[in-house]
Design a protein. Structure first.
Length: 472
């Protein structure tokens, strides 16, 4: 697997990175395992100051880090800066709240003893992360597990190696002990070997369905706990009582952010019939005003896609959808720039027999559907193999919430851009994977939920004593 940075704006090869060796992997495993055993005897609070230092360094080097991410995968510079700041927010949150959230949880039990669940570290984790948010995807797993006391190894996407190396440098500069976090330019075969190693106790993956299936299969074989975030084809539901201007202002931003390369970016726009025509026209107007160009230039509002391969895949999906009956309402024209640009495109009439009906369009493409009732909107939203996020727009927030409750997905936002914050759980259902990151759920994703019951002396006469029935 070739790890290299190719600037998707000008197609320039910036740097190639050497593959991880067997010796480097063994050293990383040994250091991580040794640190895990050391951390077991240290309080959670002992790591908070270092995590705050990481947040401080992220902010201090924000412009530098943002530029690295933009050159790695092409996103707008200001979006990259926002990603760095979000990482700092996540680090600060878990530094401030991790110890309290990890306190033992008392249980009211019929047993006469004191029952508590302890949330303890389990060991080294393997992280497999994608390119679209090259820092944030790492931080979602890193910050909570650093506080828990689980050392981490990273296999990042092959096209964002500079971002992976930069994150590792920040962790080291903050003074985190050796073994805390190690970036490895590993192959998938090496990842499988790492997962199989007895020192590794969990796997966190964000990526494609195929990648998730492969890693989950290996994790299952070796009985390693794992979490999977595998993308989404989220629904953006515009109810009949919505303000169409507000709906469109939200819709175009959702679809174009990060050049549309967001797992939780809404890709299917399901619009009530009374607003459908107006919604389409206004969405087209907003798309037509976008300015492609250098993502480092503040005047640019449309970034390139992350790679030649990604552009070709998306263009192939558009072509296949059109060949099978979809209508191009707007877009699908070449952009006269050398980088990996795709003109924002609106597709209508994507029927259920279209082979692209169930596919995720990972780029600036919006599928727009007309519906005649709330129930039809709900049914169409749920007619998906995926279930990660979603948005519902209504002038009546309670009406929107009642629809949101019926959508089969991990997250739904009513009248709001889908946001990611450290206190909010992140994850999906169905083909979008399982498990949660961030919040207290993500903090405990890779902990040993260990029950400890303390009694002054055995009570053999307690009728609810459970195993007491086996006394002599």
């Amino acid at each position: 697997m070739a790890y290299k940075t190719i600037n998707p704006y000008n197609n320039e090869l910036v740097k190639t990175y050497p593959d991880a060796t067997a010796e480097e992997i063994e050293e990383a495993l040994a250091n991580g395992h040794a640190l895990y055993k050391k951390w077991r005897d240290e309080p959670v609070t002992s790591r908070a100051a270092t995590l705050h230092k990481i947040a401080d360094l992220l902010r201090e080097h924000e412009d530098e880090l943002a530029k690295i991410a933009t050159i790695d995968m092409g996103k707008l510079f200001n979006e990259s800066k926002g990603e760095v700041e979000l990482c700092a927010i996540i680090a600060d949150y878990f530094a401030d709240n991790g110890a309290d959230l990890l306190k033992p949880t008392p249980i009211n039990s019929r047993n006469t003893g004191d029952a508590q669940v302890y949330h303890q570290a389990t060991g080294v984790l393997m992280m497999v992360e994608p390119w679209n948010f090259p820092y944030y995807q790492i931080m979602r797993v890193f910050a909570p597990n650093f506080m828990v006391g689980n050392p981490m190894l990273l296999k990042h996407a092959s096209n964002t190696p500079a971002s992976a190396a930069a994150f590792e440098k920040i962790v080291e500069e903050a003074g985190a002990p050796k073994g805390t976090f190690k970036n490895l330019f590993a192959s998938y075969d090496q990842v499988s070997d790492i997962i199989a190693d007895s020192r590794v106790q969990g796997v966190a993956l964000t990526g494609s369905k195929r990648g998730g299936q492969s890693v989950a299969q290996t994790a299952g074989k070796y009985l390693k706990k794992n979490s999977m975030e595998l993308g989404g084809s989220d629904a953006f539901v515009v109810l009949s009582d919505a303000d169409v201007d507000k709906a469109v202002d939200l819709a175009w931003r959702v679809r174009i952010y990060n050049a549309g390369q967001v797992c939780t970016s809404d890709k299917r726009f399901i619009v009530a019939d009374n607003l459908y025509d107006e919604f389409l026209e206004k969405l087209k107007d907003n798309f037509s005003k976008l300015v492609p160009g250098d993502p480092m230039d503040p005047k640019t509002t449309l970034a390139p896609m992350n790679s030649k391969r990604a552009k070709e895949k998306l263009q192939g999906q558009i072509d296949k959808a059109v060949e099978n009956g979809a209508t191009v309402y707007y877009g699908n024209q070449p952009i006269d720039l050398p980088g990996q640009f795709i003109q924002p495109t609106i597709l209508t009439n994507v029927e259920k027999d279209n082979p692209e009906f169930y596919d995720e369009f990972f780029g600036p493409v919006a599928q727009v559907f007309k519906v005649h009732s709330d129930q039809e909107a709900i049914d169409l939203a749920n007619d998906s193999e995926l279930g990660l996020g979603g948005i519902v727009v209504s002038s009546d927030a309670q009406h929107g919430k009642s629809v949101a409750e019926k959508i089969e997905t991990g997250m739904v936002f009513v009248n709001s851009f889908l946001v990611s914050l450290p206190e909010l759980p992140f994850g999906g259902v169905k083909g979008s994977g399982y498990g949660r990151e961030l919040s207290n759920l993500g903090l405990n994703a890779f902990t040993n939920e260990k029950l400890i019951v303390t009694a002054q002396e055995p009570d053999w006469n307690n009728p609810a004593g459970g195993l007491a029935v086996f006394k002599d």
